[in-house]
Design a protein around this ligand. Sequence first.
Ligand code: OOG
Ligand code: MG
Length: 268
Amino acid sequence: MSFDTPKTLSDIAIERLAERVETAQRYATPIHKLTEDYPDLTVAEGYRVQTALRRSLEGRGQQVIGWKAGLTSKPKMAQMGVSTPAIGFLTDAMERPANSAISVSDLIHPRVEAEIAFVTKVELSGKVSAADVMAATDYVQPALEVIDSRFSGFKFDLESVIADNSSSARFVPGGRMVRPDALDLRTVGVVMEHNGQIAQIGAGAEVLGHPAEAIAMLVGVLDDIGETLPAGSFVMAGAITAAIPVKAGDTITARFYEMGSITVTLTD
Ligand code: OOG
Ligand code: MG
């Protein structure tokens, strides 16, 4: 991915788009795809909007505690009709404890996905390999993500979803923290139960062949946008299976092979 394309949208236009996304997030009101007004919106401009959104949320006191890769598995790419991975940022305000109740009243059309998360112990910057990521990882652990596209009908394209911070809404670290070399992350299986019924199954290898590849991709995109991944970051590698649409009253449990399980209950 190269972001050397000339700046076409002014900084003011980028700020306006970020405000549009932030308002949709805050009031849980869907908007139409940004590409409907800006058909020439580029991936680089999508990331400029995401950065403006990040700066605005930081200005409101939120702290960026990590990042996420998205659209990194075939089941997710097929579900969303997008074939290129994307990244997004995670703030403290999005985090919820494992086994807690999560309100859906401030979300538009939430979906839950199971992911493997990495916690880093040294800074990663520039273009890195999966082996570099493994060496920089303190531990890995399961996570659930509650995504919520701000676009009507959960329909978007790559440029719009990047501007919308890759649908980030809530995330739930849980299960067991494991040394990165203690398990073969490709063969870590996950079973997702929706109200007690098995709804999705998959394994770590769905995520770009190995979840560490997704983190390497993410660090490369951070480099493209002029950022690095600080030590101590919490980074999610992307959904292993397709995301499960949920409503108030639902319970999701994700059971990870040898890494424990996480349950969330959705409420009004
Ligand atoms: C985009 C976010 C994708 C993942 O894990 O693949 C994502 C979306 O599907 O709305 O978080
Ligand atoms: Mg995700």
